[in-house]
Ligand binder design. Structure first.
Ligand SMILES: Cc1cc2nc3c(=O)[nH]c(=O)nc-3n(C[C@H](O)[C@H](O)[C@H](O)COP(=O)(O)OP(=O)(O)OC[C@H]3O[C@@H](n4cnc5c(N)ncnc54)[C@H](O)[C@@H]3O)c2cc1C
Length: 482
């Protein structure tokens, strides 16, 4: 089967789906090709034995108008729900094999056993007055300069491991947290800045429709599923784009289906795949861009969804979960989320659901381990820390190898260089979590921006616009029409 379209989108994760949906809404002729069985990429939800199991992301913060606008299109269908406020407020950090509650504000930290007296004094000094940041700072350097090495080691390393499963000493502050880095570059007193923001915030309240962490009634996977449904015949799953070849009007995509092959001829192509797939598709078009993408490091994550009878767990699981700072050197888990405390409907009555994270720099081999090995590593620690007496009644393990890009120092310059190389390939565009933000919110913002740029520079196709494509299709010898 051979087809043509105006804009081809490769990959139906949330990045690809967002560009496709926005372009489709604006009347553009789009086609989405997805290698997996379902749309959504890593954003998938399973339902089993009364549990709702997120195999990738668990919840998301709506920080951008682009995300709000996407939710406006789908909220009625998927039902937006917010995380339990009490669970969200109570978080734990593992310290010397005990779970200690994270103080909810910097002042409560002054009495927390999480810091030594010297560490507390250093934090207090940093809150009042500290040196603004430097362009080349890692996250760890920025935190230690502001608030002292103890805060960087205990809190910041744990939080970073919870957000991007990475090592805060190797990650580039400016690329991972651009807004915070901007404030850090210009502010002398963090406390003064916070006070000023509170005051001006009260005078100019920004009414957000969805606040805090959210999910959907049937889990995060219901958003990509709803988007795929509306895209209908414009989306094909179980089809992998193997290569891209330039032609006189744009590109020919060679596609491998389960039992057949096909081609699509398009004017524009958006690569919305994970970075290694994007690098491979660009290999012949721009070897330098391909190498540049490949040079971005990634880390792997494994999520163990473990369901238990409530009576077999001593700990009340009355919070969001716990994270593990790098100082807990021999602990093999990145963190544990108390899933049904955050979203009660994720576990049936009388059951509890733990979401255990392994991998990242703590265990780079985790995604290659067998289910038995992962459980053998995790269970003794879960039993000790949470007082678990029984075996899990439900086990669901999902591996995401190389799924989380790690923005190292100089990432912004690398992306600038990459963008300039891609701009030399007319009609080629990139979307995905290795460019400018890993979170779902970031992916949606960047994909929406790309869609807007394309809508601005390409008018909707008319009937006549298809003629040159049809003509080219028949004139290219290796692309024969069926
Ligand atoms: C375990 C885990 C937990 C996370 N937790 C959170 C969280 O709680 N909150 C949050 O905001 N973010 C979280 N993230 C990050 C966020 O979910 C991802 O960064 C984001 O979903 C990536 O979306 P994407 O569309 O860019 O890529 P992907 O979801 O990877 O989608 C890319 C798609 O491209 C397809 N593809 C690849 N090659 C080809 C090809 N040749 N032809 C056709 N299709 C192809 C793939 O099959 C895939 O479907 C988490 C990520 C993981 C892995």
């Amino acid at each position: 089967m051979n087809e043509n379209c105006d804009i081809l989108i490769i990959g139906a994760g949330i990045s690809g789906l967002t560009v496709a949906w926005k372009l489709h809404q604006a009347g553009r002729d789009v086609r989405v090709i997805e290698a997996g069985r379902f749309a959504g990429g890593v954003m998938q939800t399973k339902s089993r034995d009364g549990f709702l199991l997120e195999t990738g992301p668990f919840n998301v913060m709506v920080r951008d108008v682009a995300f709000e606008s996407l939710l406006d299109d789908f909220a009625d269908e998927i039902g937006v729900i917010t995380a339990s406020k009490s669970a969200g407020r109570k978080r734990f950090i593992l310290r010397h094999d005990r779970l200690l509650e994270v103080p909810s504000n910097p002042f409560k930290l002054m009495t927390s056993p999480l810091l030594s007296s010297a560490g507390r004094l250093r934090l207090l000094r940093g809150l009042m007055f500290s040196t603004p940041g430097r362009d080349e700072d890692s996250i760890d350097e920025a935190a230690a300069r502001r608030f002292g090495p103890e805060v960087a080691d205990t809190f910041v390393s744990a939080i970073v491991s919870g957000i991007v499963a990475g090592d805060s000493r190797k990650l580039y502050f400016k690329s991972c947290f651009p807004n915070l880095a901007r404030i850090d570059h210009t502010t002398r007193s963090p406390l003064g800045y916070a006070l000023m923001k509170t005051l001006t915030g009260k005078m100019n309240p920004h009414k957000r429709k969805w606040r805090g962490l959210i999910s959907f009634e049937n889990g995060l996977g219901s958003l990509p599923a709803a988007m795929a449904k509306r895209l209908g015949q414009h989306l094909t799953t179980n089809a992998r784009v193997e290569s891209l070849e330039p032609n006189a009007i744009g590109y020919t995509a060679h596609i491998q289906h389960q039992d057949s092959q096909s081609t699509i001829l398009c004017r524009e192509v958006i690569l919305a795949t994970p970075l290694l797939a994007a690098s491979s598709l660009l290999h012949d078009l721009s070897p330098v861009a391909s190498e540049l993408i490949e040079s971005i490091a990634t880390t792997s994550l494994v999520v163990l969804n473990l369901g238990f009878d409530a009576k077999t767990i001593d700990h009340p699981l009355d919070g969001y979960g716990f994270l593990v700072p790098r100082s807990e050197k021999d602990f093999p888990l990145l963190g544990v989320l108390f899933a049904d405390s955050v979203f009660p409907h994720h576990a049936p009555q009388g059951k509890r659901l733990l979401r255990v994270f392994m991998g990242g720099p703590r265990d780079p081999e985790a995604a290659r381990r067998s289910d038995e090995d992962l459980l053998a590593i995790a269970m003794p620690h879960l039993k000790r820390i949470l007082g678990i007496s029984g075996k899990p009644s439900l086990i669901d393990i999902c591996r995401s190898p190389g799924a989380i890009p790690q923005y190292a120092t100089g990432h912004d310059a690398k992306i600038e260089h990459l963008n300039s190389l891609i701009s030399q390939l007319p009609g080629v565009h990139l979307a995905g979590n290795y460019l400018e933000g890993v979170s779902i919110n970031d992916c949606i913002r960047n994909a929406s921006q790309l869609a807007q740029e394309l809508i601005a520079c390409t008018p909707p196709p008319t009937e006549e616009d298809h003629e040159p494509i049809e003509f080219m299709l028949s004139s290219i010898p290796e692309v024969s029409k069926t």
